[in-house]
Design a protein around this ligand. Structure first.
Ligand code: SAM
Length: 284
């Protein structure tokens, strides 16, 4: 049985170790057992699974994961949390704690070592200051992944699911939808954390596609087009792409591609679906 997850248990551990929260690490610890159960349930963890937890904090969710998974690897940047984790996770033989910055960890090598290179599941209550680089890093580095079940800012979770034309639709929506199926699994209010964050949160599950939903000859080129389109989202697509110094495209080349695709020459990037970006990238 987990020994953490309620406000009183969390406060007792924090006091025992005189722990000071570090704002720069985005530390908001979960104190609601229902939310913890919901995350493990949403990630569909079984005794077959090897789970990577990013930012275990004092080990609250790690305990829940260790109960359900075969193996858990938890990567925590804050060295002051390591002695606490040694204590709170001492009953679990299937947990490895690594004191490092997740952005510097070779996750593919970790999956190789701990799961014979088979797909792992990532579960995390993410530090909000690096949500996007973490998600993009996981997908773009081609780590073998089954799914990523994460607590993020509600607004970011919504952005990942947006369709063309909405104000929040952007490069993150397209990248997530190229690699995975996004589903919001729970909405989580600030009072489920200590200290309380200033924003509402949500648990989103990203289930990795075995094959992307669109056919792209060069996905790095497609993402370069996507980034250029949204860097200047008020401009027409033809202007945004031809103005981008890295793409070396003329306005005429873009106009011609739009014509071939039977698209409005004045269209903005924010109106293009993933499928249309894929076609444009294949032509250009
Ligand atoms: N999982 C815990 C929970 O739910 O109570 C803590 C979640 S807290 C939102 C985020 C955690 O990520 C903190 O423990 C923080 O120190 C850690 N963290 C922040 N940046 C990190 C990084 N770059 N690499 C690894 N861990 C990081």
């Amino acid at each position: 049985m987990p020994s953490l997850g309620t406000p009183s248990e969390t406060i007792a551990v924090l006091q025992k170790y005189h722990f000071n929260f570090q704002k720069k690490f985005g530390q908001n610890f979960l104190i609601d057992p229902h939310v913890l159960d919901r995350i493990v349930e949403a990630a569909e963890i079984t005794k077959e699974d090897c789970v990577l937890e990013i930012g275990p904090g004092i080990g609250t969710m790690t305990q829940y994961l260790a109960e359900s998974a075969r193996e858990v690897v938890a990567v925590e940047i804050d060295k002051n949390l390591i002695p606490i984790l040694q204590d709170t996770l001492s009953a679990y033989q299937n947990v490895t704690v690594i004191n490092d910055d997740i952005m510097k960890v070779d996750i593919a090598a970790l999956a190789q070592e701990k799961n014979a290179g088979k797909p792992i599941k990532v579960v995390a209550n993410l530090p909000y200051y690096i949500t996007t680089p973490i998600i993009m890093g996981l997908f773009e580095s081609h780590v073998p992944l089954k799914s990523v079940t994460i607590m993020v800012q509600k607004e970011v979770a919504d952005r990942m699911r947006q369709e063309p034309g909405s104000k929040e639709y952007g490069a993150l929506s397209l990248a997530v939808q190229y690699y995975a199926k996004p589903e919001i699994m729970a909405n989580v209010p600030p009072n489920c954390f200590i200290p309380r964050p200033n924003v509402a949160s949500a648990v989103i599950r990203l289930t990795r596609y075995e094959k992307p939903p669109v056919e792209v000859k060069d996905d790095r080129y497609m993402f370069a087009l996507i980034r250029a389109s949204f860097n200047q989202r008020r401009k027409t697509l033809a202007n945004a792409l031809s103005n981008d110094p890295g793409l070396h495209l003329t306005r005429e080349q873009v106009m011609q591609a739009l014509e071939t695709l039977d698209m409005n020459p004045l269209i903005r990037g924010e109106m293009l679906s993933l499928e249309q970006f894929a076609s444009l990238s294949n032509i250009l």
